[in-house]
Write a protein that binds this ligand. Structure first.
Ligand code: 5GP
Length: 189
């Protein structure tokens, strides 16, 4: 997606060698006009697929999933990262190792909100080693629902998540794939 790639080049930064910082439009301040285009792009890439629900993970995935869902006309469910009195007792759980925080945490989705046989589109902001997406796939499998595909805003092509998901035969659509950094400049696949 050219608009997104241009924005990454103008406003993105590389931190600690391999972390892409896009705080000014995606992860802290959010550019809604750009997000609308991202939502439309996901819709066009999955237009031939059956989508009953979009599943994402808090926090950054929510905004992206919510705007995309307007083009699919489906509800959004987000996996929670912390236990809370608000959350139903009956949940599907999975364990996820965070690439950016270097901790392992449990993600949970109430059994009420993913049903057997539903077609689920997973959406997230970044794909690095694929642990967040694998946790969401695990929850979809536990619910006996079906994975329609995975939509990612920025895939880090130099980490193994994308290959692992494609090797499972899952339709993975990444709107920008960063291949690496050369002389401080981001290179796309
Ligand atoms: P994974 O589970 O694929 O290793 O990492 C994906 C998750 O980690 C995403 O949900 C995202 O929040 C975070 N993440 C991984 N790499 C980056 C990165 O380079 N920049 C940012 N902003 N977040 C990242």
């Amino acid at each position: 997606m050219e608009l997104l790639k241009k924005r990454i080049l103008v406003d993105g930064a590389i931190v600690d060698g391999n972390v892409i910082k896009v705080d000014s439009f995606l992860n802290h301040q959010i550019d809604i006009d750009l997000l609308k285009e991202i939502g439309k792009e996901f819709k066009s890439r999955f237009q031939n697929e059956k989508v009953d629900k979009i599943l994402t993970i808090e926090a950054s995935g929510i905004a992206i999933a919510v705007i995309a869902a307007q083009y699919f006309n489906v509800p959004v469910v987000f996996a929670k990262k912390t236990e809370s009195k608000n959350l139903d007792k009956e949940t599907y759980e999975s364990s996820v190792h965070s690439f950016t925080k270097n901790i392992t945490y449990t993600i949970r989705v109430s059994k009420k909100y993913i049903n057997e046989g539903e077609n689920i589109l997973i959406i997230d902001d970044f794909l690095a080693n694929g642990k967040a997406v694998e946790g969401l796939l695990d929850i979809v499998n536990k619910a006996k629902a079906k994975v329609t595909g995975v939509g990612i805003v920025i895939e880090k092509g130099f980490q193994k998540g994308g290959k692992n998901i494609r090797d499972k035969g899952i339709k993975l659509e990444s709107l920008a794939i960063v291949e690496g950094v050369e002389d401080g400049k981001i290179i796309f696949r």
